[in-house]
Design a protein around this ligand. Sequence first.
Ligand code: UD1
Ligand code: CA
Length: 458
Amino acid sequence: MKRFAIVLAAGQGTRMKSKLYKVMHPVLGKPMVDYVVDAARDAGMDEVITVTGMGAELVEEHLGAKCQFVFQREQLGTAHATQQAESIIGDLEGTTVVLAGDTPLIQADTLKKLIQYHENNQAKATILTAIAPDPTNYGRIVRAADNSVLKIVEEKDASSAEKQIKEINTGTYCFDNRLLFEKLQQVGNDNAQGEYYLPDVIEILQSEDELIAAYTLKDFDEALGVNNRVALSQANQLMRDRINKAHMENGVSFVDPANAYVEATVEIGPDTTIEPGVSLKGDTKIGANVFIGAGTEIIDSQIEDDAEIKQSVIEKSTVGPKVTVGPFAHLRPQSHLLEGAHVGNFVEIKNATLGKFSKAGHHSYVGDAEVGEHVNIGSGVIFCNYDGVNKHRSHIGDYTFIGSNSNIVAPVNVEAEAYIAAGSTIYQDVPSKALAIARARQVNKEGYATKLPNLNHD
Ligand code: UD1
Ligand code: CA
């Protein structure tokens, strides 16, 4: 038996009040429709077809080769959207799961169980339902006295008695594929919204005595449909809990899991501790036994084992094993800190490598530089990498010592084991083992201070 999935993602999402199409709104960094397509793929479908319309270009570019696409020119309703897949699978034998692109919490495992249930019962349609604490705005499942499903009624078409029903349509269904496309042709739009409703297929099948089943979710959360920003925040919260729980099960400690935001793409090794207010985003990999202190944001970066990061921002960079960063450091793109390096308070690194065990402890800017091993960068050292037109690189050899408040005017080459005196402005190369002093000599004028007007001892 072939299995197909149709993901409905053509709507604008008016209730989001956004320029961004609804299904592209991210939940923990990943667009909603992405989760739905991934769940369908992970459930082992032979074909996944996404129906696009509003923002089709953006959605298709984003999903890329993950699925096929059909285009719904006008958004006439969920039945009309489903119909667009007819050209690809309409006459094939098989089971079809229809999903809404705005239900990001749906899981592959649930889809597998739904299909199993549908096929075991030899039903023609199976609705994934849930018991909602607040069913407002969902379609309600209307059952007969014998508990069989009669129809689904939308909020706007429901009688006050029907509005009391707590069992809702999750927007995910399983159909006999051929029958689905046959019955879609009979769906009309004589309803409160003037739309062609996919749920009407259920009533049509029921009236023809076909077997309709319902598979009820244990946990309503998975059914959450995101139509507005309030639901979007709930989806973020639920996804955050799901992601953090999975990491905890894999040996990661969260001091306060309700206050740590780890995107779905992030990997974290065991024995790593994550403090409150941390955001880990994009293509980020964190090793084992890493400490990530409160308020840290890490984007598209790799942090290796035993590193310690405190209150810092790290973007598109790599942090080697046993490196310590922060508090209050900023690693801008292409910063590479090798094993045991240290970057401390109010230090900014950009497009620079800091070799093994090298240190920049306080108030420095290291930009466009190759810094060797065991280098000491004193407090307030600035790499002057920009001449107003171009950026230039500097090279600092192993075991050099750069005294506090020095300026390294790029391009400059400081060779291994050189020593730069504090307050120097280095604009010429320094040979290996040399001492460079590039500052005015100090002059002491004996007794002169007593003549100064502001030296006032009564
Ligand atoms: C829909 C269901 C409702 C269910 C709820 C679950 C219908 C008529 N109602 O309501 O029973 O409880 O989902 O979340 O189906 N779409 C298209 N083309 C269209 C219209 C919609 O692709 O012409 C897509 C939307 O982009 C969205 C999905 O279908 O991803 C669902 O549409 P939406 O308008 O959100 O339906 P609901 O009112 O939430
Ligand atoms: Ca919806």
